[in-house]
Write a protein that binds this ligand. Structure first.
Ligand SMILES: [Zn+2]
Length: 264
């Protein structure tokens, strides 16, 4: 077949696929994906100017690690995170993985303990994705936060020596059933998660004495990150920081969220 013929065939195949599974913007549902031009601009507008910021609830829950986030959880970004997790829109992993990479890279540069560990000869920093509940794995399939962690670490690893010290380490497991956090208020979330996470036996040695960056899609009340940090510290982690794609902002009820430019 001629080159032109191959090209025409590819166009025809793509058109046929679009008829079966039209690619629509994950936010506004207009044709074009994973995000249309207007919604991509909206995602950029939600990003913190100058890079990721330390952000989270004020006051933080006990044991909350310092958490960097790349954007405000609003508008098209909020729709994209929801579509990625609830509608299995894996085509959003690059967009969201890039945002998480910004947070992870900032944690790597701005957190003095993490920075020292990454710079040490043979030093490793564990990047620990928050585990999904069994019910949510069944409903959504796969491991959405783990996939974002791998995308983010691959991206940061291409950008310099320190990035190559990052290792995705799915060390945490749920020790009991928890309910969907999104329906709970701040105290309900803390109660739902208290003591619910532990380090997997086969990772115990790696976690002991380690520096860890916990990663998740969104920080809201900090309950999940606090519980995860507790589990890592119990297993002997020396230092725990956190990085997320986005942070929810102040709500009518519940804690205020603060964010400030990174201090470095
Ligand atoms: Zn759109």
């Amino acid at each position: 077949m001629s080159v032109g013929g191959v090209g025409r065939l590819a166009v025809a195949v793509r058109a046929a696929a679009d008829l079966v599974l039209p690619v629509r913007c994950a936010a506004c549902r207009e044709p074009g994906g994973p995000l249309c031009g207007a919604c991509s601009a909206d995602v950029r507008a939600a990003s913190f100017v100058g890079g990721a910021r330390v952000t989270g609830p004020d006051p933080p829950p006990p044991g909350m690690p310092v958490c960097w986030a790349a954007a405000r959880f609003e508008g098209a970004l909020r729709d994209a995170v929801t579509a990625y997790k609830d509608e299995d829109r894996q085509d959003l992993s690059a967009v969201l993985g890039d945002a998480l990479a910004t947070s992870v890279a900032t944690a790597l540069a701005a957190d003095p303990v993490v920075r020292r560990r990454a710079a040490a000869c043979g030093g490793l920093v564990l990047v620990v994705p928050l585990p999904s509940s069994r019910a949510s794995r069944r409903r959504r399939g796969g491991d959405p936060v783990g996939d974002l962690a791998r995308a983010a670490v691959a991206r940061v690893g291409r950008c310099g020596t320190a990035g190559r010290s990052l290792v995705v380490a799915p060390v945490l497991r749920l020790t009991r059933a928890v309910v969907d956090q999104s329906r709970l208020d701040r105290s309900g979330r803390a109660e739902n998660l208290a003591g619910a996470l532990a380090v997997r036996e086969r990772w115990a040695e790696a976690v002991s004495g380690s520096a860890c960056i916990l990663v998740d899609d969104v920080v809201t009340t900090g309950a999940t990150l606090s519980e995860a940090a507790r589990a890592l510290r119990v297993a002997g982690a020396d230092h725990v920081a956190a990085a997320t794609v986005a942070a929810t902002q102040r709500r009518a009820r519940g804690p205020a969220l603060v964010s400030r430019p990174r201090a470095d």
